[in-house]
Write a protein that binds this ligand. Structure first.
Ligand code: DER
Length: 235
């Protein structure tokens, strides 16, 4: 099975938990895309009715519009029944790294408002510790004096051998701009971060930081698709 087929299996399994009448948080990324497609398909087959979607990015908003999924926002629905989204890393406690697609702020707002938040991944996303895989830990920051903020983020994690890099757009050296008009600094750690809550608090205390990609104690259910099948793990 290809990685995308595994992502689709996990996504379809998550949509089994969707009931008619629900307000749904619609995730962003290549895994969540399959879940949104499946929701659209079931709506058109009449198997799901009266669904309202709260998209977590402009990209998901467009995908949902093209599928005819009725959409709303957190102002109209401050409580969401069920959120479904992918993740870049998942540790054994269902803590996540998200945001490599750049949508972490709206994802964290929507998924923080969900009564139930199902994370859908292929098995390659499972890690022992967040941030240790040498992959990016995204932090959304304001564009104003971004270098100043990037420097302070890097210094925060000196003892984890942290390097902070401004995310650029594709092959250009133009800064990537989020749906919210902000920049992203990606943190790369040589050693794992240790106390995640302390790291989260330290990052959020820096004026200029908007939000980071550690989703701690937010997911309620994990669906993993692997070569041996699909497993569901409740928090
Ligand atoms: O950028 C994001 O937050 C995405 O949801 C990411 O965490 C997972 O993206 P993927 O499903 O394309 O791997």
């Amino acid at each position: 099975l290809t990685q995308d087929e595994l992502k689709k299996i996990a996504a379809y399994k998550a949509v089994d938990y969707v009931e008619s009448g629900m307000v749904l948080g619609l995730g962003t990324g290549s895994t969540a895309k399959h879940a949104v497609n499946r929701i659209g398909e079931l709506l058109h087959q009449g198997k799901l009715k009266n669904i309202v979607g709260i998209p977590t990015s402009k990209m998901t908003h467009e995908q949902a519009v093209s599928l005819g999924i009725p959409l709303s926002d957190l102002d109209s629905h401050p409580v969401v029944d069920l959120g479904i989204d992918g993740a870049d890393e998942v540790d054994p406690y269902l803590n996540l790294v998200k945001g490599r697609g750049g949508s972490l702020l709206r994802e964290k707002m929507v998924e923080g408002a969900c009564k139930k938040f199902i994370v859908i991944v292929d098995e390659s996303k499972l890690v022992k510790h967040l941030g240790g895989s040498g992959l990016a830990m995204p932090v959304e920051i304001v564009p104003f004096c971004w270098k100043f903020t990037a420097e302070r983020l890097q210094k925060l994690f000196d003892n984890s051998g942290c390097v902070a890099k401004l995310r650029t757009f594709g092959e250009t050296d133009k800064p990537f701009v989020t749906d919210n008009g902000n920049y992203i600094v990606d943190l790369y750690f040589k050693r794992d971060i240790g106390d995640l809550k302390a790291a989260s608090d330290a990052i959020l205390q820096l004026a200029g930081v908007v939000e980071h990609g550690m989703f701690l104690d937010m997911a309620t259910t994990l669906i993993v698709a692997g070569e041996l099948g699909v497993t569901v793990k409740q928090k």
